[in-house]
Write a protein that binds this ligand. Structure first.
Ligand code: ATP
Ligand code: MG
Length: 227
């Protein structure tokens, strides 16, 4: 019998403290097949992982290794079958597939999420102005998502995750659709956040620039192994 998963918001964890995310013994199985022949497939088999403030940590693994499943559990979007997650309540999550509203413009998205994060008007305008500039998509501020390219959608997806300056950023393949210039901008932006004390967990199915990461976990056979 497995233990009940526990997801605890720990408001005492944040910039200046040591640990911003700690996961222990994360277990997840998916059930597949027709209802009469359903079988369980374990994807995560006891993942232990932790992040402290001011570090960029990579989570690497082949397609289907369970990276997105793990990140969903870490941010509370999916329930684990067992294990515990403790994290700061000041976090941002950038899902692998952008979750955007086709009929809304970029600026409307940022306003909507800014309100959800409880940002003031002045915080919202200074943060969005900076992100438009850093990710170079100010010219699309008043464009509806349905008219955006895939790369610009990814920029908006990333901006939404970062706009409230969270202590912990969980990014699922954030630069998969970026061109070279945007890829460089991404690293400038995330390195600045890291140097200011934020902590970043970045999923990638391959690591091109290993030196950009402080630490790397390989997700292999359902477990996170630190390199
Ligand atoms: N909702 C679901 N129901 C059943 N199986 C699922 C579900 N979501 C994911 N899986 C399976 O779990 C495994 C891990 O999927 P996951 O998306 O976490 O992998 P990933 O490492 O993020 O892969 P990728 O590099 O392709 O993004 C895969 O075999 C996938 O088919
Ligand atoms: Mg994935």
């Amino acid at each position: 019998m497995m233990a009940t998963p526990e997801s605890v918001n720990a408001p005492n964890l944040g910039v200046g403290d040591q640990i911003v995310l700690e996961a222990a013994g994360i277990w997840k199985e998916y059930r597949r097949g027709l209802p009469t022949r359903r079988r369980s497939f374990p994807v995560l088999k006891g993942v232990d992982l932790s992040l402290t403030s001011g570090e960029i940590v990579g989570l690497v693994g082949e397609n289907g290794a369970g990276k997105s499943t793990l990140m969903k559990i870490l941010v509370g979007a999916l329930q684990a079958d067992a294990g515990t997650v403790q994290r700061t309540d000041r976090f941002g999550y950038c899902p692998q597939v952008p979750v955007l509203y086709e009929r809304l413009r970029c600026d409307e998205h940022l306003e909507l999420f800014g309100a959800a994060y409880g940002m003031s008007r002045s915080e919202l305008s200074s943060s969005t102005e900076k992100l438009y500039e850093d990710l170079d998509f100010a010219r699309f501020a008043q464009t509806r998502v349905e008219e955006l390219s895939g790369g610009t959608r990814s920029k908006l997806n990333l901006a939404i995750a970062m706009m409230h300056d969270p202590a912990l950023l969980c990014l699922d393949e954030p630069y998969a659709g970026f061109d070279w210039d945007t890829y460089q901008r991404f690293w400038d932006l995330t390195s600045r956040r890291r140097n200011a004390g934020a902590s970043l967990l970045i999923i990638s199915h391959f690591i091109a620039d290993e030196e950009r990461f402080d630490r790397i976990y390989d997700l292999v056979d359902g477990r996170a192994v630190q390199r």
